[in-house]
Ligand binder design. Structure first.
Ligand code: MEV
Length: 437
């Protein structure tokens, strides 16, 4: 057992590493060397990364790949993807090319409202609170002006502040349910600052109000925080084409489309399938969210809540065949930013946004939705035709070879060999062992 340490955060990076090495790696210097291998030789760049978080000891790499040939609303994109899972980027690229030959992706932003709430308790009469709230509303707006002025100048700001009675759920529980337009910013800081100011005004005005001063009624602010659930910040992406255009060497377009629609129906009604189905969508979504410096935890939480909005966890995509036209779409709640946060700070994030032609937040929402839809198309297409393992194991081959420290020559021979032979873990290992005999 290792003793607890106090003042760890005050130690230098070298001291932190030395404490960890001594206490968790039996003083083995190889473990601290490994951390150093991942430091950047450019000290300024390393310092920038060190300062993103606390107690930084090294960098944790993820591969950054790109998927070209995405045609979105008639414009061509190469999409950056930061992800560790093999086959995801290949699948995205394949789907992009497939649909660019069939009219490309069409996208629309349906709404961009973001939400934040002040949660509080109030023990008195609801009617009195309601009239008090109406009276102080102009003051609430006035006292938050120092935070909202700049956002308003650019066309955003507070959209609405509503008093909600939640006493059915918890005794005395009320909220200010607030909506915002934060333009190209994800808006977390803006929203949280506004909410904390609303709470302050609410509390101060309550204390000074004659309606409450002489009564026993109490108002208690519990917390003020944005919501990562954004069902009114929605983007839709879609592909569609005549079913005949889906025909391939070994399958008729109509048969493929019907099987595909059936697979989507299963993900709509069966949560066990829906979770895996949506996980495949998130392969694409998260990879672009990470590459563009957005908060994938917020996006994940919001999207899965949305997938369960009707009371049962369901597919994020839908598909139909109508009049021999196959249509496949996705609707995603996405609160994203292309300014603020890491967007100007992290050099690779900046580069990825440049690659995407410096999109607005709304444009980025569309690109991310397309990445999710493409990923789902590729997965469901494989699942309903060849099965997933064939393609996946081909891509995974390099990981198996690396696990067995294959040389460049061995890798070349293995890739050649498995062009015509199915890849399995044991087949790949046997192949290397035979080569080395
Ligand atoms: C693997 O990362 C993702 C899939 O399982 C998605 C799916 O089943 O639709 C292939």
């Amino acid at each position: 057992m290792t003793n607890a340490i106090s003042g760890f955060s005050k130690l230098s990076k070298a001291e932190k590493i030395s404490w960890i090495t001594k206490n968790y790696f039996n003083g083995d210097q190889k473990s601290s060397k490994l951390l150093q291998t991942y430091w950047n030789s450019d000290e300024q760049l390393q310092q920038l990364h060190d300062e993103f978080i606390e107690n930084t000891i090294s960098n944790y790499y993820l591969p950054l790949g790109v998927a070209p040939n995405f045609m979105i609303n008639g414009q061509n994109y190469t999409i950056p993807m930061a992800i560790e899972e093999s086959s995801v980027v290949a699948a995205a690229s394949k789907a992009a090319k497939y649909w660019s030959a069939r009219g490309g992706f069409k996208t629309t932003v349906l709404n961009t409202k973001k939400v934040g709430q002040v949660h509080f308790t109030y023990t008195g009469d609801k009617e009195v609170l309601t009239s008090f709230f109406q009276d102080i509303l102009p003051i609430v707006y006035k006292e938050v002006q120092h935070i909202t002025t700049n956002m308003e100048k650019r066309g955003g700001g507070i959209l609405d502040i509503e008093l909600r009675d939640k006493t059915q759920d918890i005794p005395h529980y009320y909220q200010l349910h607030c909506t915002f337009n934060t333009l190209d910013a994800m808006g977390a800081n803006f929203i949280n600052s506004c909410l904390e100011q609303f709470a302050k005004t609410l509390e101060e005005r309550f204390e000074g109000d004659t309606r409450f001063r002489e009564s026993k009624d109490k108002l208690n602010i519990i917390m003020s925080i944005l919501s990562n659930y954004v069902p009114e910040c929605i983007v839709r992406a879609e592909v569609s084409c005549p079913v005949n255009d889906l025909s391939e060497r070994n399958i008729e377009g109509k048969e493929f489309a019907e099987k595909f629609v059936q697979a989507i129906r299963i993900a709509e009604v069966e949560p066990y399938r829906a979770v895996t189905h949506n996980k495949g969508i998130m392969n694409g979504v998260d990879a672009v969210i990470l590459a563009t410096g957005n908060d994938f935890r917020a996006v994940e939480a919001g999207i899965h809540a949305y997938a369960a909005r009707n009371g049962s966890y369901s597919s994020l995509t839908g598909a139909t065949i109508e009049n021999d036209i196959f249509t496949f779409w996705i609707e995603l709640p996405l609160a994203l930013g292309t300014v603020g946060g890491l967007t100007k700070l992290h050099p690779l994030v900046k580069w990825c946004l440049q690659l995407l032609q410096n999109p607005s937040a709304q444009e980025l929402m569309q690109i991310v939705a397309v990445a999710g839809l493409a990923q789902n198309f590729a997965a469901v297409k494989s699942l309903t035709t060849t099965g997933i393992q064939q393609g996946h194991m081909k891509m995974h081959l390099m990981n198996i070879l690396n696990q067995h420290s294959a040389t460049a020559q061995e890798k070349k021979a293995a890739v050649e060999h498995f062009k015509t032979t199915p890849v399995t873990h044991s087949a790949a290992v046997t192949f290397i062992e035979n080569l080395r005999k």
